[in-house]
Design a protein around this ligand. Structure first.
Ligand SMILES: N[C@@H](CCC(=O)N[C@@H](CS)C(=O)NCC(=O)O)C(=O)O
Length: 221
């Protein structure tokens, strides 16, 4: 049962990792939405850039609110519809969740993007192996930070899944699924799904994966 009166509109192609963060949050909160393809092979039009002048996805609309930046969208959905669940009600715990969300888009993204760009986006002839190596080294180092955090807590902001887990979980998991070789980087115990499975079910694809995560994965088919 969804708890939003009006459908939330999501703009963005489903194979975008940043759109997937939003889809995960919507699934987790069981919200009613409509997703419209945009960007990538669908292109962007003037109507869209009027909503998001960066011409990237996602953008969401909820009533009179138009919002872009994927982590801001996840945070908004959590605050508006998930206080006490996706958004911790304790301000200090919410601040820790914010910290990990910002860490994903300011720190983790750099090495990850070097790998993604050179393995997926750039034609093989133009790919730079040294950038892949550098990205893998950076990513492995950062995954160790995650590892340490997740040795202390089941989830990034504590004992339950929160908005903190979505950006890094979507990036790392989908990245590892799409860029299969990347799995090698993630295969110490800080595996891509650690942040999203209850401790008792830490093996990929088993029952116990969060409903929002499964919702997101379903969209990849
Ligand atoms: N910081 C932005 C980055 C958004 C972004 O770069 N989105 C990519 C897709 S993951 C995009 O729209 N690329 C252009 C395209 O697909 O045409 C966010 O987190 O929302």
């Amino acid at each position: 049962m969804s708890s939003n009166a009006e459908k939330i509109i999501v703009w963005g192609r489903r194979n975008s990792m940043n759109v997937q963060k939003v889809m995960w949050a919507l699934g987790e909160l069981n919200l009613d939405y409509q997703r419209n393809d945009m960007a990538g092979s669908f292109g962007v039009d003037d109507q869209y850039t009027a909503k998001n002048p960066n011409a990237v996805v996602p953008t969401i609309e909820d009533g009179e609110l138009t919002l872009y930046e994927s982590n801001a969208c996840v945070r908004y959905l959590a605050r508006q519809y998930g206080i006490g669940s996706l958004c911790p009600s304790d301000v200090k715990t919410a601040a820790i969740a914010d910290q990990w969300m910002d860490w994903q888009c300011s720190t983790f993204v750099n090495g990850f993007f070097m790998i993604f760009l050179n393995k997926i986006r750039v034609p093989a002839a133009k790919s730079d192996p040294s950038q892949i190596t550098k990205g893998e080294q950076q990513t492995a180092h950062l995954m160790n930070q995650l590892e340490t955090r997740l040795e202390q807590n089941d989830y990034l902001a504590g004992e339950t899944l929160t908005m903190a887990d979505i950006p890094i979980g979507a990036r790392a998991t989908v990245g590892a699924l799409v860029v299969v070789d990347l799995a090698a980087v993630f295969l110490n115990r800080a595996l891509f799904f650690l942040a999203i499975e209850p401790p008792a079910h830490r093996s990929f694809g088993r029952p116990g994966l969060s409903p929002g995560f499964l919702h997101m994965l379903g969209l990849l088919k």
